[in-house]
Design a protein around this ligand. Sequence first.
Ligand SMILES: Cc1cc2nc3c(=O)[nH]c(=O)nc-3n(C[C@H](O)[C@H](O)[C@H](O)COP(=O)(O)OP(=O)(O)OC[C@H]3O[C@@H](n4cnc5c(N)ncnc54)[C@H](O)[C@@H]3O)c2cc1C
Length: 375
Amino acid sequence: MRDVVIVGGGPVGMMLACVLAVRGLDVQVLEQRTEPSLRSRAIGIHPPLLNVLDEIGVGRDIVSRATHVQDGSVRCDGRDLGTMSFAELPTRYPFVATLPQYDTESLLRNRFEQVRPDGVCGGVTVTGVRERTDHLEVLTDTGDSIQARFVVGADGARSRVREAMRIGWTSLGRSGTYVMGDYADTGTLGDTAMLYFERGGVVESFPLPGEHRRWVAMTDYLATEATSSDLADIIRHRTGAEVGEARGEASAFGVQQHLAARMSSGRVALVGDAAHQISPIGGQGMNLGWLDAVALAPAIEQGLSSPQHAVAALSAYGRRRRRTAVIAAQQAGFNMNMGRPATGLRLSARNALVRTLAQPPANALVARAFTMRWL
Ligand SMILES: Cc1cc2nc3c(=O)[nH]c(=O)nc-3n(C[C@H](O)[C@H](O)[C@H](O)COP(=O)(O)OP(=O)(O)OC[C@H]3O[C@@H](n4cnc5c(N)ncnc54)[C@H](O)[C@@H]3O)c2cc1C
């Protein structure tokens, strides 16, 4: 019997696995993929999480490979509306670290396998979870079942675990469409994160390691056919900025926000996108999931040492983290609204608001919100 089975070896499942394993728990991760995903989704890692990565022994690797973004700049029509600095944040790591999600996932997985060499079972799809009197049974497509004291669904937005526990999944109703692509960095923007609040819709740009930049532009439909050259045209047309050579193809994505009705059921808990799907605009989904993992670990430990309190510990975890997810979704919804196309009075009002938020003292608060200091 395992202490904990984690369903899903994405960034949040692997983070939780590391946090639990370094505390000495017997953890098994079940992951349906046999090969790592090469989609670079999350790139931003915020300061509170860099401290956690340190505690589990991967902080140094991540910090040394990542680009350190110490400030952000907001522009419209070629003019600066304001700046935001992370350098004054009261933390050991006063910057947002940027690294492609597949690199982060691979560092976490390597660390977990150092502590638990047989801890990840790849190529296994979980099909269900059954509750027994004092344990759980995890059912898989191979016909095997694995027994555990606790099960955690870290299996993403289409979570099978959430479905098996009959936990509802509600749309928060804020949506948008974007195209993103990585290009060689032309060097003109330094290591500054750029937000262009333009009439035709927002364009964002973040430095990445290896002298790349990630560019994201809002679109008015899901432009699945858009190429990296189409995205370069949108960027030039809206902002006047020139990008370098494309590194890979552009991709279109639609943003949806969803929230699980509960984040626990008995001795089963949800973390990450299985519990809350937050818009990537603002770059907080993975970080929010990591904060779930940090909050869940002590609740599981408490449940293992006093099983009669296990269900209460998990449900307290779920209530607290769900409240936080609601705040994060509202923040992401605000970010998406700010980036919508604007002209005339709406444009003037938005720019006035951005100017206020991007000047002292408000910009210190915005920097704290952006870097998840209160989530
Ligand atoms: C374009 C884009 C940009 C983003 N940028 C950022 C950013 O800058 N910062 C940020 O914090 N977040 C960002 N995000 C969000 C971030 O990518 C997600 O929040 C994050 O991937 C969630 O991690 P997860 O481990 O919860 O779920 P996932 O990454 O979805 O991982 C779930 C894992 O579970 C496995 N799995 C699923 N079902 C089963 C099953 N039945 N059995 C076994 N295994 C299963 C899957 O194969 C997968 O490996 C971005 C997202 C997008 C789309």
